[in-house]
Design a protein around this ligand. Sequence first.
Ligand code: MF3
Ligand code: CO
Length: 256
Amino acid sequence: MSWERQINLKTDSEIAVMREAGRINAEALHAAMTIVRPGVTTADLNVAAEEVLKKYGVTSPFKGYPGAYPYPASICTSVNEELVHGIPGKRKLIEGDIVSMDCGTNYKGFVGDSAVTVGVGTISEPAQWLLDVTREALRIGIEQMVPGNHVGDISAAIQDYVESHKMNVVREYTGHGVGRQMHEGPAVPNYGIPGRGMELRVGMTIALEPMVMLGAYFTKVLQDEWTVASRDDSLTAHFEHSVAITKAGPVILTEC
Ligand code: MF3
Ligand code: CO
């Protein structure tokens, strides 16, 4: 027995369904992104994403997800030092904030999972660097998702890029396989050693999610028992795509 979650290889037709799930997910995230401005609450972002899910008659696998208590919303909204799993609520965004929005979609038995971080109005230069480095780290990680490479190649590419910009990758949370379940194997850390870890195979579908902080990589869970923040309250960012590994290379499933 292993503690590792099961790895389920997908057929081309299953990947096609996941592409549809991912497209809906991207549309929901896009709807939330487009209303971001000072004065909007994080609950408003959740409503904007939910309206799209409702339009397609689908739900988010986040809602009711087991934890200290069932996760209460369809998306996660994490502001500034909050890294992931922030719960949408009354908090109003203000000029200069950065907000991560993470959304999931259940569609025909499969899950799409992706996240973006955006600025609210004009943001500071370090905040903009953080967003640019984290977005690029995701792209660089995806580039490594070719059959025959190893999980460690993805992890190391992300870590090297981020650390070369004097930023840090989180240790306690990882990317993950995605499919019929939101969380499948393999776990894909954002740090690692080239050539190590499981070999990547055609049909693997992975949610890759670099989580980057301007300060130290330690985290804390806030009083609501869900929100994960940097322990030193430094700014953090999070980008995520669900990606299929195919003969032709990586295919991003969660794009419009
Ligand atoms: N994208 C996140 C993940 O992969 C969001 C899940 S958090 C939830 O773990 F609890 F809300 F589901
Ligand atoms: Co995820």
